[in-house]
Design a protein. Sequence first.
Length: 514
Amino acid sequence: MTADANIRQVVDRPVVETGYGPLRGIDDGRVKTWKGIRYAAAPVGELRWRAPVAPEPWTEIVDATAFGSVSPQPRSPIPMGLGTRADEDCLFLNVWAPSAAEPDARKPVMVWVHGGAYIFGSGSQPLYDGSVLAADSDVVVVTINYRLGALGFVDFSAAGFDSNIALRDVLAALRWVRDNIAGFGGDPDRVTLFGESAGAGVVTTLLAVPAAAGLFSRAIAQSSPATSVYDSSRAATVTGLILDRLGMTAQQAHRAPVQALVDASAYVFDHVPTATPGRLAFAPTVDGDLVPDYPVSVARAGKTHPVPLLIGTNKDEAALFRFMRSPLMPIAPKAIRTMFEEIADDQPGLELPSEEQIGSAYPARWARTRSLGVASDVGFRMPTVWFAEGHSAVAPVFLYRFDWATPVFKLIRLGAAHATELIYVWGNLVSGSRDVTFKLGGLKTGEALSQRMRTRWTNFAATAEPAGPAGEPNWQPYRTDGRATLVIDRQDELVDDLDRQVRLAWGDQVLSFR
C-alpha cells in the first residue's frame, strides 16, 4: 500500500476556520488534507535565532494545498519529494484527517517530529504522507517543520539570542495544535507527540521540559538518542566551530547569508563525530532555561511529564551507518575505544563495561560485528532502556524492539537497521519502482506487520493502550519488576527482560554524551 495509491479525484475543497484565518484544503473522498499551514511568523531578519512568534492573522481564504518550504539544509540523503523548496521561512505544518471527520469530531491527534540528525528532513517527506494513517485508523495526523542545523541547534545565547530554537519551534507547533486542531476534527485533549531518531530525541527531551506540560497527553519515541543532549560547554564548542568556519562573530552571523550557515553546518556536522566518535554536532542543550537538566536524569528522578510512553529501538540500528559509511556512529573497534576514552575523560566517576562484560553481552566471533552491537546499544538501546526505567515511575511505559528485516535487507547486511520501521508505521510501504525493499519478497508479511504496528500505535493514541489486532500478544507495561518488551517481527512476541545481558553489562549508571 502506498500514499500514491490513495490519490483520488478531488471531490471537495473544504474550508476550515483557524484562530488566524480560514484555510482551503483538498478532500479526495477518503482523506482531507491541508498543507503548508503557517504556525509561526517567518523566522528571518531579526527573528533569526529567536523563539518563534505567532503569525499575523488573515481574513481572506488561504489556499492550503501545497507544502511550505523546508528548513535550509545540506544536500540530504533523505528523499524530500519533488518540487521541495528550502527557505529560512520554513515554520509550516500539514494536517491529514478522515474525510468523514467534521469539526469537533474529537478524533485522536498524532503530531510527528521528523528525524534527520538535527540537520536533515522535513514534515513533507513523501514517507510521512499521513493518508493511510488518517483514513485507515481514524486519526488526525499532523507533521511539522522546525529549524535545523545552525539555524535551530546552535546556542548563541551568550550573544543575546535564544537557545534551543528548534525545541521552541516544536512547542509553538504544539500550541497551534492545541488551539486549532478541533476545527480539523481533532481532540486537543488527546494529542500524541511521536517521532523517530532526532525527532524521538525531541520527544524524550520535551518530556523533561517544563514548558511542554499539557501540550501532549501521550508520547512515542522511535530510536531516540536520548543521552545525546549537551551541556553549555559543549554547545559553546560547536558554536565556536560554526563561527570559525564562517570567519564571523555571532552578530555578523546573525546577518549572514543562509547558504553560508548551511555550508558551515555541513562542515561541522561531518567534523564533530569524526574528531569525537559518538557525538553529534547538533543536539538539544541543557541551557538552564528551557531545558533544565539532562532528560534521562530527569526521567530517572521521576520528574518527567506523567504521560503514557511507547518507546523502543531497532535490533540493528548501527547497520545503517555502516551501510552509508557515515561517521555519525562509531562502528570500527578503534572508534569504539576512542569513544570510551572520551567518555572516561568527561565522566571520570563512570564505570564503563569491562572487556569481559562486553564479550559476555556481545558474544560475536568478529570484533567488528561486536562493535556494531556496542554502537547500537550505546547510541540507542541503552538510552531507551534507561529512559523507560525512569519514566515508568510516573506513567505507563511500553517498550519494544523492532526485529523484522526483508530478504533483501538481510542479503545486504542491513537487517532491522535504523529507520527501517518507518514505512510500517506510516503504511507507505513502497515508494516507487526503484524501491528495492521488497524486491526479493516479504511484501505480504510487511503489509501484515504494518497493519499490526499501525493498530498498536493509533490505539495508543486513542486510549493510551497499544492494543493489537485480535489474537496478538497483550502488550504489558514495562516496569523494573517486570520488564515486558514487545519484539516486533514476522510474528510478534512479548518477552520478559529481553535486554538482561546488555543491561547488566552497562549497569545502572547512565552513560551520556555531554
